[in-house]
Design a protein around this ligand. Sequence first.
Ligand code: NDP
Ligand code: 8X3
Length: 250
Amino acid sequence: MNKTVFITGATSGIGKAIAELFAKHQFKLVLCGRRQERLNDLKERLGKTTKVHTINFDVRDKEAVQNTISGLPAEFSKIHILINNAGNAHGLDTIDEGNLDDWDAMMDINVKGLLYVSKAIIPQMVSRKEGHIINIGSTAGKEVYPKGNVYCASKHAVDAINQGMRMDLNPYGIRVGAVNPGAVETEFSNVRFKGDDERADNVYKGFEPLRAKDIAEIVHFVVTRPYYVNISDLVVMPTAQASATMIHRD
Ligand code: NDP
Ligand code: 8X3
């Protein structure tokens, strides 16, 4: 497999599961995140089955994003598939009680970070007239739930960007699509609740949530369709979940 896949947020959860599955299928991998030890571990483990390059940047830092991507070693510089996955919720508060730093983090990481990474990679796809961008959105980008306010806004923005990218890159034959999961048990809630692991665990109690590997398998299916097939917008929830606010618990 000669295709190179660039995955943001590969150090945990969905991004990590995608990296692990794609390594099995021998895609070349560029794996991004901020936690260097985890990047080292991925390189060591996945490097046994495929070629892996790791890069450490905060997606909020537009210069670091641009410089690191333009400085990729030749062997990894041609990106065929970009998976815009890095992101999190920070806090779960009513709009009157929301924390400004949480709001900045969600808009800066989930929206602007996704744009900075895309901006650094899209030109090479445009000049080659091929490429595939998968944006990891959320059911929170399809409907709003109480206290979800700014996180939902950030994911609605991803939904809009996904549609806009698909239109603007259409003349170049670039595939663009989103995968929008419901509840997936990852470190997502640990981050949202700032290390209150008991509260995070409770989010997934009493029903069977999606696992990161379920999303990885879907992403693999999406990228392995024939090139004329573009899965443009996919929503996936646990069977126990009917909407953002309706989860059937035992
Ligand atoms: P995790 O917390 O497990 O993983 C988040 C990943 O994003 C980590 O690898 C983290 O790496 C990276 N990341 C976060 N902030 C930054 C930053 N500023 N710069 C670079 N990388 C960053 O959560 P998930 O795997 O669940 O989340 C992945 C994506 O899936 C997110 O976009 C999330 O919104 C979305 N999603 C999650 C759902 C869920 O229920 N879990 C449902 C729907 C969508 P590091 O900390 O090393 O930088
Ligand atoms: C993650 C799913 O419902 O916690 O995007 O917002 S939810």
